[in-house]
Structure formats: structure tokens, C-alpha cells
Design a protein around this ligand. Structure first.
Ligand code: ARG
Length: 255
């Protein structure tokens, strides 16, 4: 081997070693990019100091753990909820973690991980509301959030509704008496009720099915899906996810 070739070979070997040590070359430079919509406490919201940059919540802590357990660093791309699955298909993000319910419709375009949280839709109403079941919404003004499963539920029930971009906007409408009921996921509803005076939650288990939150990856990305599933299973088994749920629901109601 000529000296120049030897030097080159040595340099190449050193680059490879450096890559192994820093986990570059696995995925995108050791970075695992999750897409979310940080308008969904206690799962994801913007805080002065979050677990990943300014992003905080149960999902953000889960995302961070998944990345770290696989020798990577978690990054967050915050976008509209409706854009998440498109961004995933485009390869702009590696996975979606957004309190996203694994529905059959969504399964047509993406693959979902193991369930990490089970929720249900509930109704937020004023304390003096006469709504006690989902059927009572028939002649009421209903608010939902665009693209959420709550919108699909109300649609399926055949009731007219108004859709908002953010949960906070829909809740403000309710507080101001411009709508009678907001249909949204249970834990997020709890947060809004503790943040605003004069609201309560009405449940109707016979009208709203339980929903399973899961992480979405591109269809066929089994390599990443397996890593994610392993981490989720470990975090379910050792109580991490439970602890996070307790921590963020308490922190949220103390605010
Ligand atoms: N679970 C509902 C759904 O999948 C709402 C999720 C909203 N998440 C969010 N990060 N904004 O449609």
C-alpha cells in the first residue's frame, strides 16, 4: 500500500469509528424527529422549559426516552394536527407522537405502534348544562377541533358542529356562551375544566368508544417501529408511562 493510500484508509477507519461512537449513520445522524401538535395538554404543550426544547408533556417525555434508549436524540417538529400524517409520509419527520388515536382510517396510510395510553371522548359543558348524554347534543351548538377523532364522532352521530383549530379556541367559545358543548379527549378535557371556572365534564361510555393512543411511523418502516415498540413495552412494564401520566395531570391541575 502506498503511503497516501494508507493515510486515507486510516482516516476512513477513524471516521467510521467516530460514527459508531456517536451513533451517526443510524437514521439521520442519530436524530429521531417526531412530529406533534403542541396544543394538547397534558400530552404536548409549549412551556418555558420543556423536556425537548420548549415542548413538554407526557408524549414529549416518552419521545425523549424512546430516542435515548436507542442511542439517538429526540427532535420535535410542531405543526398543525391535520398536517402530521402528510409530513410523515413525505419523510419530513420520522414518527408522529401527538395523543393520536390509532383509527382504521389512519391505518390505511401509516403504521401504528403498541398502544401507550387509552382515552375516550367526553363532553365539556357549563356547570348548569342540562346535557347528560351524547343524544342530548342533538339540538345544541357543538364545538369540535378540526381533524380530531371528536370531530369524526360528532360527524358520525349526524349532528351539525363548528370546528376550531385549537382546543383552547373551542373552550373559549363555550366559556363565552357561544356554544353549548365541546367534544374532546378525556385527559385534555380535564385540563381545560381545571383551567376554567364553571365547566364540567359529562361522560357517555355507550356513545363514545375507547381510543388507543399510539405512535405512527411510515408504512413498512418496521425497523423503527420495532425500536419504538420495545421502548414503549419497557416503559409500560416498569411504570414509567404511568408515572408520567400522574405527574403531568397533577402538574397541570396545580397551575
Ligand atoms: N386523539 C385525538 C385524535 O387522534 C386528538 C389528538 C390531538 N392531538 C394533538 N396533539 N393535538 O384525533
Amino acid at each position: 500500500m502506498k503511503k497516501a493510500t494508507k493515510v486515507m484508509a486510516l482516516a476512513a477507519a477513524m471516521v467510521m469509528l467516530a460514527c459508531t461512537l456517536t451513533a451517526c449513520g443510524s437514521g439521520k445522524g442519530g436524530k429521531l424527529t417526531f412530529g406533534t401538535n403542541a396544543e394538547f395538554p397534558p400530552f404536548e404543550f409549549v412551556a418555558s422549559e420543556g423536556v425537548i426544547d420548549q415542548y413538554d408533556g407526557i408524549d414529549m417525555a416518552i419521545a425523549k426516552n424512546i430516542a435515548e434508549q436507542n442511542g439517538m436524540t429526540a427532535a420535535i417538529e410542531n405543526m398543525e394536527f391535520d398536517s402530521l400524517l402528510v409530513a410523515l409520509q413525505n419523510g419530513q419527520i420520522d414518527a408522529v407522537i401527538a395523543g393520536m388515536t390509532a383509527t382504521d382510517e389512519r391505518r390505511e396510510t401509516v403504521d401504528f405502534s403498541t398502544t401507550y395510553y387509552t382515552a375516550t371522548q367526553v363532553m365539556i359543558v357549563k356547570e348548569d348544562s342540562d346535557i347528560t348524554t351524547a343524544a342530548d347534543m342533538a339540538d345544541k351548538k357543538i364545538c369540535v377541533i378540526q381533524g380530531y377523532t371528536g370531530e369524526i364522532c360528532v360527524q358520525d352521530m349526524g349532528y351539525p358542529y363548528e370546528a376550531f383549530k385549537k382546543g383552547t379556541e373551542a373552550v373559549l367559545e363555550l366559556v363565552n356562551g357561544k356554544c353549548d358543548v365541546v367534544v374532546i379527549d378525556s385527559a385534555t378535557a380535564q385540563k381545560y375544566v381545571s383551567d376554567n371556572e364553571g365547566l364540567k365534564i359529562v361522560e357517555d361510555a355507550s356513545a363514545f368508544e375507547s381510543e388507543e393512543y399510539a405512535i405512527a411511523v411510515q408504512k413498512g418502516n418496521t425497523e423503527l417501529l420495532e425500536k419504538i415498540n420495545k421502548s414503549i413495552e419497557a416503559m409500560l412494564a416498569d411504570g414509567t408511562i404511568n408515572e408520567l401520566a400522574v405527574k403531568y395531570t397533577e402538574a397541570v391541575s396545580e397551575e
